[in-house]
Design a protein around this ligand. Sequence first.
Ligand code: NAP
Length: 348
Amino acid sequence: MPEKVIIIGSGPAAWTSAIYAARASLEPLVFEGAITEENRLAGTLPLGQLALTTEVENYPGFPAGDLESYLDNAMEKSKRQIMPPHAKQGVSGPELMELMRQQAVNFGTRVITDDVVEVDFDGHPFKLTTFEGKVHEALAVIVATGAKANYLGLPSEETYKNRGVSACAVCDGALPRFRNKPLVVIGGGDSAVEEADYLTKFASTVYMVHRRDQLRASKIMAQRAIDHAKIDIQWNRTLGEVLGNDADGVTGVRLKSTAGEPDLELEATGVFLAIGHTPNTAFLDGKLEMTEKKYIQWTTPGRTYTSVEGVFAAGDVADDYYRQAVTAAGSGCMAALDAERWLAAKGL
Ligand code: NAP
């Protein structure tokens, strides 16, 4: 018997669609991803990008405060112990994801810790092949595999991830370590300007480091960065090394020149990468219509439909614009409702 709904992914979009699908008696099966070294290095382990962040202060329902006893009641002790301590500043990213996963499981969602590596959407039921080589059939599929932030791949970047190196100012910018200190943003696109602008609320100075002498960002955004008193653009520079130590985490950066100038060292307590994201869609190449940047194309405004009837997409895998936990969760809900209605309309 084919599954009614298979959900691929394990971020806010995936778990929200699982909660809704389970409550609609669709008995969803979630492939949450495999725990492999390759996935660790790529930032695509189960529980998604939020599991790579620290505090989450902008997800409604989790205000800063003492959530300790609530969280102790809501999830297994072992899950709590693996979490980074969040100093009672609200919920942490990994905790929020464990809570969403648990909520989906509580309604009967089944979870397999494996990746879907190949899909066959030509026939119906759809066929999905896992990393372990098993084939599963489904009447409807929700793709919610998210995206991963691009990093430069420097060893020092890896060393200080979560200790000053981040790819999400909105997630991490307000942390105490970044307050009234110089910060660095790498990139010259709209995201870099947005991140830099956002960080000026907390930082003493934001150095925007761009590899050319002209920003890629739209004119209005670029001008905002150029005019901002707290943003200091370092033109023709790239990140050579993140400087730091065990006790303090990030303490600065060494910037290389793309114009033949000597290296430059700057003090900073944070380095934010804003050099784009890559959607996790490689396994869907040629199977679904994609945008130029390989995000899944939603084919109908206000719906989560894709180019294949019965296959729906939710969250960052189809959204390179908002990229927030709450918007991903919202589109996960939409995808489950879309799948439920599609199955009912087809009499499946
Ligand atoms: P993006 O437009 O692709 O910009 C990426 C930036 O990172 C570019 O400046 C690029 O430099 C730089 N970069 C890439 N690889 C690099 C490397 N290895 N070393 C150093 N620098 C590197 O990505 P984005 O800013 O994330 O924006 C994505 C999309 O979302 C865009 O369409 C954007 O307009 C949109 N967006 C809109 C808003 C808004 O309107 N409020 C906000 C955010 C994003 P080069 O310029 O030299 O290539």
